[in-house]
Write a protein that binds this ligand. Structure first.
Ligand code: MRU
Length: 337
């Protein structure tokens, strides 16, 4: 499915295999597990990360947890559901996937087959995300009208999804069609998803790129180096307000000032149909150690107070277009409940 020689996640026979993203790009370590708690911890530690991938992971975790369950199915389901729902709060894909699994679970009449039924649903969620990735690439690549320099933030490729990614799949398709001159990847502090993961994927795909620290994006724009900015999202409200990796809002404001189009690419599973605006999005706050140390090495006084939201919310009027697997939507957004 993925012609690259790496994958974020793969279900093989009776277990899940996933690439530990905290070790990239220096080490490619795949973890094999059929333990839902191990998968929950992997999501919390960002070994598994990226909105669509988090959804896929919890679906497989829930299914795998039923491998050897012969009784008390409902109690077990509720316990595992609760644990997985507590891993990360912002990416709505997690709750979308859990709710899909819940619907299927509640439709089961013969519990002897629960594991296989839930596994089939997890595979269907995975397959749908692959389909979304392909469609987003097809629809999104149409925004390119000339050979362009693109700036992106965080990591939105195969590592964060199934398939080729969200924003990354659009960039890759546009590159394959000759429309991408150069990609500028924000390093994405504090956990460096841009420096460590996007650069890994750009390299694997042979796309020319440069990495800059997040604060350098403004200079690039001021010097006329950026034609468009494309990022993913973790949760989109009905009015188009979009939560994504912290630093995305900065980019949207900068784009507005410099008259550079700013686009979001996300599957429809990232749209939260229950919330009207971004003010209702729960933002995850991370541990101060993620700012005060790098790769486990302390770089400052550990007692320093930090402010560490994992995501920010970009108001919809700053977003020129939102690309999903269904269509390219333009401001003003009015997604259907
Ligand atoms: O904290 P992360 O690494 O899970 O954050 C990921 C992002 O913010 C991505 O941009 C997002 O999930 C959208 S595209 C996969």
């Amino acid at each position: 499915m993925n012609p690259q020689n790496y994958y974020s996640i793969k279900f093989s026979g009776d277990h899940l295999s996933f690439l530990d993203q905290t070790k990239l790009p220096l080490q490619e370590v795949y973890i094999n597990t059929d333990n839902y708690e191990r998968i929950a911890v992997a999501i919390e530690k960002l070994e598994l990360r990226g909105a669509p991938l988090i959804g896929i992971s919890v679906a497989f975790a829930l299914a795998l947890s039923f491998k050897n369950i012969l009784e008390n199915h409902l109690d077990h389901f509720n316990k595992v559901y609760k644990r997985l729902a507590s891993t990360r709060p912002t990416a709505v894909n997690l709750f979308y996937a859990l709710d899909r699994m819940k619907k299927v679970f509640y439709s089961i009449t013969d519990f002897s087959n629960t594991y296989q039924i839930l596994l089939d649903e997890a595979k269907a969620i995975y397959d749908y995300e692959v389909h979304c990735s392909n469609k987003m690439a097809e629809i999104g690549s149409k925004i390119f009208t000339k050979k362009s320099n693109v700036l992106t933030h965080c990591n939105t490729g195969a590592l964060a999804t199934a398939g080729f990614g969200t924003a990354f799949s659009v960039i890759k398709k546009a590159f394959d069609e000759g429309y991408v001159n150069h990609v500028y990847a924000d390093e994405t502090r504090p956990l460096l998803q841009g420096l460590r993961l996007t650069s890994y994927e750009l390299e694997k795909n042979g796309i020319p790129f440069t990495v800059q620290t997040d604060s350098m994006a403004a200079v690039l724009m001021q010097h006329g180096k950026i034609d468009l900015v494309i990022t993913g999202a973790d949760r989109i409200a009905l009015n188009g307000d979009s939560a994504n990796k912290v630093g995305t809002y900065n980019l949207a404001v900068l784009c507005n000032y410099h008259n550079i189009p700013f686009y979001i690419v996300a599957p429809s599973t990232t749209i939260d149909r229950k919330i009207a605006t971004g003010s209702e999005i729960e933002i995850e706050y991370r541990n101060s150690s993620e700012i005060l140390s790098i790769n486990g090495n302390q770089i400052a006084n550990p007692n320093i107070k930090t402010f560490s939201p994992a995501f920010d919310v970009t108001p919809s009027h700053l977003i020129k277009g939102i690309i999903t697997e269904e269509d390219l939507y333009s401001f003003p957004y009015n997604f259907i409940r």
